[in-house]
Design a protein around this ligand. Structure first.
Ligand code: GTP
Ligand code: MG
Length: 193
């Protein structure tokens, strides 16, 4: 794993707050609780860079982390969270849509799908929206330590059914340190720095 510096810069709740310094951005997207913030912590090597929680709906803003002064990793709120603060969350979903559709510096989305929970209708809808916005998408099967072979195969097949059989979802376990190096390579080639 390369040595990196990660620095929190911005918690955006409006498009106008999104960094526009021209540095490329790669964002983590997926349902609430899929493990987006945990992945960001693990990649940065800092356990407490981002707050994580066993309760869905932890991340409420679009959080920007500047990596090696060269690009941003972006932690997005989870989609499909119907918790107490539903109105705020649905606003945020519009925020995510606006970010994906309008951000000039967004180079790609890393889309996390919990290997055991599998692909849900909200995932399919969100992935279609990202593709319609013309943004490249890398599917990642998160928490693979929790899913057995047949659950993983089921999740992989569902992903390939919508993204095509040539797409190879990456297997990730932050807990067991599986797939981290591959995700770094994808991020680096996406931002091309
Ligand atoms: P929101 O901010 O609500 O969208 O959630 P999130 O996608 O950022 O998820 P978060 O990283 O907060 O993790 C949710 C829960 O999953 C936490 O309890 C994590 O400890 C757990 N978790 C994350 N990665 C793994 C993993 O690789 N394996 C296992 N078993 N649990 C994990
Ligand atoms: Mg989060």
């Amino acid at each position: 794993m390369m040595n990196i510096t990660a620095e929190f810069t911005t918690a955006a709740t409006k498009l106008s707050q999104i960094p526009d310094d021209g540095l490329p951005q790669v964002a983590f997207l997926g349902r609430s609780n899929a493990g987006k913030s945990s992945l960001l912590n693990a990649l940065s090597g800092k356990k407490k860079l981002v707050r994580i929680s066993s309760k869905p709906g932890k991340t409420r803003e679009i959080n920007f982390f500047k990596i090696n002064q060269a690009f941003y990793l972006v932690d997005l709120p989870g989609v499909g969270f119907a918790g107490v603060d539903f109105n705020k969350m649905s606003e945020m979903e519009n925020g995510i849509r606006a970010y994906v559709e309008k951000s000039k510096n967004l180079r790609g989305i890393i889309y996390l799908i919990d290997s055991k929970v599998g692909l849900q209708p909200i995932d399919v809808e969100t992935i279609e929206n990202v593709r319609a916005a013309g943004c490249p998408i890398l599917p990642v099967m998160s928490k693979c330590d929790k899913a057995n072979q047949s659950e993983q195969a089921k999740t992989r097949n569902a992903i390939q059914k919508i993204l095509g059989n040539d797409v190879k979802p990456l297997r990730l376990s932050v807990l067991k340190k599986v797939g981290m190096e591959e995700i770094w390579q994808e991020i680096l080639s996406t931002v091309a720095v």
